[in-house]
Design a protein around this ligand. Sequence first.
Ligand code: ADP
Ligand code: MG
Length: 696
Amino acid sequence: MAMISDIYGSMVFNEHTMQERLPSATYKSLLKTIKEGKPLEIEVANVVAHAMKEWAMEKGATHFTHWFQPLSGITSEKHDSFLDPCSDGRAIMSFSGKELIQGEPDASSFPSGGLRATFEARGYTAWDPTSYAFIKDEVLCIPTAFCSYTGEALDKKTPLLRSMSAIDEQANRVLALFGEPHERVVPTVGSEQEYFLISEKDYAKRQDLIMCGRTLFGYAPLKGQELEEHYFGAIRPSVNEFMKELDNELWALGVSARTKHNEVAPAQHELAPIFTNANRAIDENLLTMEKMRLLASHYGLVCLQHEKPFAGINGSGKHNNWSLSKGKTNLLEPGESPMDNLRFLVFLTGVIQAVDDYQELLRMSVASAGNDHRLGADEAPPAIISIFLGDELDAIVDALVDGHEYTNAEKVAMDLGVAVLPNFLKDNTDRNRTSPFAFTGNKFEFRMPGSAVNLSDCNMILNTAMAKSLKEFADAMEGKSGEEFEAAAIAYVKKTLAKHQRIIFNGNGYSEEWQVEAERRGLANYKTTVDALPCFVDPKSIALFEEFGVLSEVEVRSRYEVKLEKYTKLLNIEVRTMKRMVRRAFLPAINAYAAEIADSITAFKTAAPGAETSQQETLLHKLLGGIKEIDTHLQKLDSMHHAAQKMENEQEKANVYAHEIVPVMEALRAAVDRMEILVDRDMWPVPTYNDILFYV
Ligand code: ADP
Ligand code: MG
């Protein structure tokens, strides 16, 4: 068997391969592009493209593609072969620098929120050399950004890359004040992906799973997750085989899949990679999601990545671990020396300020129809953004704000005037699972993102908001040095923490009291997607994105529209699927069973005059009552759905779906579910939660 180290990255045109395959001058200038963001000369691109093609063909590749992330959130690819016919009837295999750096997919069918219509521009794709090219299923994939010819971003990657430049610039201004030489600062991301695995046979029998990725009906299973037997439990052989193949495929693609385990809900699992640069980490996450979906079929399984495939048990999230690194230094790592600690405090304060000032945007970045079922459902953080710092750091912040002396657990007095932090702070592994944004020793863990989301949005916002905090600090400090800088920096930290302390919350985020307390503190609490989305187009948000060149106003508006439309389209599909299943599957089944009971009553009475049939009659009445109730909700849903479809204002339409139609969908579901436990098991038209959740 091949060693992991031989497989790892074997399908990636990484730095090692570049060095091996490229002339040294080409390698050096490509490295400059990668590390410093210098533009790539076409001559260099030609050499790189040729080497890439030779390498890819040796690995069996026949095609190449510009791999990109349109606003629909998933990845897109169109394969072109390397084939280049010659005039004598033969063909050579070619791949030019131009083909490497720029592509022109006929991409008119991707959502653009009206952008392409406005600018009459076709989209083009441009290589992101900071993400490695890789080979997937005999295709050389080139990670690219997708823009219109007038320069508007039509994808998720472009603004992310812009936000990374913004944070790099501002962080370096701050670090220069600490006397540190210029070196690229990058946000790092590690994403923990949760998912469900169910059998293909069950999946195929449920239209809701096929069309919506989640069950729209289903009575609670006889047992849920209360025995806590699935979490970290022994992994079943079929699942284990799947995980092994997944690991191998991901390792070959240079995705550092590290941890795999069973999650809390039955049939739920998780995969966590080792963190890397934000843009690469997101590419890797998207590849991971794709491989999960595709490889599951080898084992008769289906991988569900919806945020809430089953009601009543945990849904799936995707924790976004985030930090900033400069070379080997993690800027959110408390240091050994007082100056390192001051730097840590400045960056920590920057995050606290950013998250408080742009809490609405962060909430918005994870808003989706699927995640609405998860946030605040006692399994994931509520829809309120807050920060958990842990007892130690919290006490330090308190001391800084109040100006009192900080005394740690061992009663060692700390002189915060020179920003001494207790040394054991970094070992502080105190965890609060209910916090949406938790400091976990040397990084923050954003726990709101749902399993299906592309993490570009939340990282783009986090980076830009952080760039803003750092800019304000640098603006206030520039020109100061030595002791004057230290004193001013500490004063700045104190003042800023005092202003933003309301966002810090170390208590139970799932509790009722927190909802009340958060309101008292003036924190935003947008319970659904439709409530959260409008803040995207707030003047304050637009100003932030424009200040750092991350998104223009038109780009922001187009994104807002795409998100809204996606919401109403998904809800429309869910309503249609519900109606279809009720009419064509559930009502016929309940009717058939009721008829069977009615027939049996007549038969009993004929066979044994005077027979006691009150039990059968009660059941029959329950079934007939259920049918009537279902029909009432169905009619109501139907007319509300038709009215919603006619609405022209997309936000108003979305509001109607979220606040008026969703409750009727829930009532309809409950009515059907109540019948599920009365009707003969063999007559129920779909596999139940009991069938689906405990057999894989
Ligand atoms: P957990 O207890 O949540 O599993 P881990 O320490 O295993 O905590 O980290 C979870 C994720 O956080 C992993 O993907 C890991 O690579 C990532 N991570 C660790 N350090 C950083 C960092 N500095 N920046 C971004 N992500 C990080
Ligand atoms: Mg975690």
